[in-house]
Design a protein around this ligand. Structure first.
Ligand code: TYC
Length: 101
């Protein structure tokens, strides 16, 4: 028996893909009351009052604002829940979930 150690011919490395993140975007509209938007942001996205106000004002002024980023299923569920709260109250409030570029 020889003492020579033969190195393995192939090295297998498993690459774990980082799950893609999705951003939840708040869209402005002309009808939903500002206080209602702030309430939804606090309830669904667990923001503080100050963060919710800043996000709402940005969407109001610029047309849209990124609320936060999450894995796809979380982003889609939260966008749907938040949009539903508006619909249930009769407002056209709209949140979308979009892949991060
Ligand atoms: N533009 C609405 C108003 O003037 C308030 C509002 C802000 C609605 C942000 C939606 O994403 C929104 N009452």
């Amino acid at each position: 028996m020889s003492d020579v150690v033969t190195p393995p011919k192939t090295v297998t490395r498993t690459k774990t893909e980082r799950p893609k993140l999705y951003k939840v975007v708040l869209l402005n509209d002309d009808f939903t009351p500002r206080e209602f938007v702030v309430m939804v942001l606090k309830a669904v996205f667990r923001t503080t009052e100050d963060e919710a106000s800043r996000i709402m004002i940005t969407a109001h002024q610029k047309g849209a604002c990124v609320v936060s980023v999450y894995p796809r299923d979380v982003a889609e569920t939260k966008a749907m829940e938040a949009t539903d709260l508006g619909r249930q109250a009769g407002f056209p409030l709209m949140f979308t979930a979009e892949p991060e570029e």
